[in-house]
Design a protein around this ligand. Structure first.
Ligand code: UD1
Length: 418
């Protein structure tokens, strides 16, 4: 098991380039089996979630070639419709394969998905949506079995704007007969990216980024060459790192519009932020006023995936901050670890009450999930003294070369194998 050894307390300076968005790339990989022609994805991040998804594609019979940052997927010979439980449990996004596997083979069998343990994370909306498209679904022995004669377009209203359910329904409806409408759809930028990718393959989708997505089914999709959008959560993580450590940095290949909620908050606490094309420049002289109140919301609200890093920031900001986590039930696993570093936090249900302290001190902490692990790493590089962050498998799921990027900004961080 790997761990980071960190000597905290250094200001940051320099520039980092942002990887393509994990949450954009994963559904694109699921979409790649909708065609039997070649799909080429440029700037594909080498993160564990992507590597696991590639393994799933291989399991289905695709040929994949991941050279440098370019991933080529050839699913001409794909013939298998079953995703084995060992792989599905590694990765929640394996559930996105349902829609596209059904669209390709008329059936699918998948074990209940895994992913970060941050709450219940049901898939009822995915299944309800697929049923509306004429898919028969039977659940038995931890597996979801789907069968479908013909996918038929439908008018679907989601009970809540689930990102994954919106994407899964798009992935099935794209090859259905007639038109599908998804109302109360999620509006995340990654859904717009999926629409652009599929339309480039010949699909007829409109409305992504609004609460109604319209999909006109087509018979055939063709190959595509594509570069996904930059990762807004990675960009946000580095912005928060600079806010916590002080200093200045240029975050390159970033989409500032997609993290407006965070940028707004960082300006409020006295970070100087300027945006030019795809670069975000941030400077913080060491003052951090109170964040006051942060409530996670579906896009364009404050993203739940930045809740843990921003909680770490609140720990060393002036005054008190109230954080409310509205999306996932148990997304405060980083809190006891932050407390070990000297933070003053009380959690009651979905709310965390943070009273700022001047600085955190180093400690040996354990990453319990992906974004919580990133938050602890930021806390450690800003803290006084030595820290270790254990169980990097979580962080490796979503950040490529996290420690190298932080080190290039001047943080003292290295990985050791224990
Ligand atoms: C995606 C992101 C994840 C992010 C989350 C919210 C990917 C790979 N993951 O996860 O990083 O934290 O969006 O922005 O893109 N829900 C149901 N039933 C369902 C599906 C969801 O009740 O069938 C609920 C969930 O429990 C949760 C809420 O809807 O409370 C939002 O979940 P959802 O948007 O589906 O998140 P994911 O797609 O799993």
């Amino acid at each position: 098991m790997d761990k980071f050894i960190i000597e905290g307390g250094r200001q940051l300076a320099g520039e980092v380039e942002i990887q393509s968005a994990k949450n954009a790339v994963l559904p694109l990989l699921a979409a790649s089996i909708l065609t039997d022609e070649r799909v080429i994805i440029h700037k594909c991040p080498r993160i564990m979630d992507v590597l696991n998804m590639i393994q799933i594609l291989n399991e289905l019979g695709c040929r994949t070639d991941f050279d440098g940052e370019t991933l080529i997927i050839d699913s001409a010979d794909a013939a298998n419709h079953e995703i084995p439980s060992a792989l599905a449990k590694e990765l929640r996004s394996s559930v996105f394969m349902l829609g596209s596997v059904i669209a390709r083979f008329g059936r699918a069998r998948i074990a209940y998905p895994g992913g970060c343990d941050i709450g219940l994370r049901p898939v009822d909306l995915h299944l309800k949506g697929l049923k509306s498209l004429n898919v028969n679904i039977a659940e038995e022995g931890g597996y979801i079995n789907c069968n479908c004669g013909k996918l038929i377009g439908a008018d679907i209203l989601l009970d809540c704007p689930s990102v994954g359910a919106t994407e899964n329904i798009i992935l099935a409806a794209v090859k259905g007969e007639g038109r599908t409408l998804i109302r109360n759809a999620a509006k995340e930028p990654e859904i717009c990216d999926l629409q652009s990718f599929l339309n480039k393959m010949g699909a007829k989708i409109s409305g992504a980024g609004t609460s109604t997505v319209s999909i006109e089914g087509v018979r055939r999709l063709h190959g595509v060459e594509y570069t996904p959008i930059p990762d807004r959560i990675e960009a946000g993580t580095f912005l928060i790192a600079v806010a916590m450590c002080g200093g200045e940095a240029e975050i390159c290949r970033a989409a500032a519009d997609n993290i407006a909620a965070l940028i707004h908050k960082l300006r409020e606490i006295s970070c100087k932020i300027t945006v030019k094309n795809d670069k975000i420049y941030i400077k913080n002289g060491g003052t951090r006023r109170s964040l006051r109140m942060i409530e996670t919301m579906p896009y364009p609200g404050f993203p739940t995936d930045l809740q843990a890093p921003v909680t770490a920031l609140a720990c060393i900001s002036e005054g008190s901050t109230v954080i409310v986590e509205n999306l996932f039930e148990t997304r405060y696993k980083h809190v006891p670890e932050l407390i070990r570093m000297g933070a003053d936090i009380t959690v009651r249900g979905r709310a965390a009450f943070v009273r700022g302290v001047p600085r955190l001190h180093g400690a040996d902490v354990v990453a319990g999930d992906l974004r919580g692990g990133a938050a602890l790493t930021l806390a450690a590089i800003s803290a006084e003294g030595m820290s270790s962050v254990t169980d990097l498998s979580h962080i490796d799921r979503g950040y490529s070369g996290f420690e190298y990027k932080l080190a290039s900004l001047g943080a003292k961080i290295r990985r050791i194998r224990v």
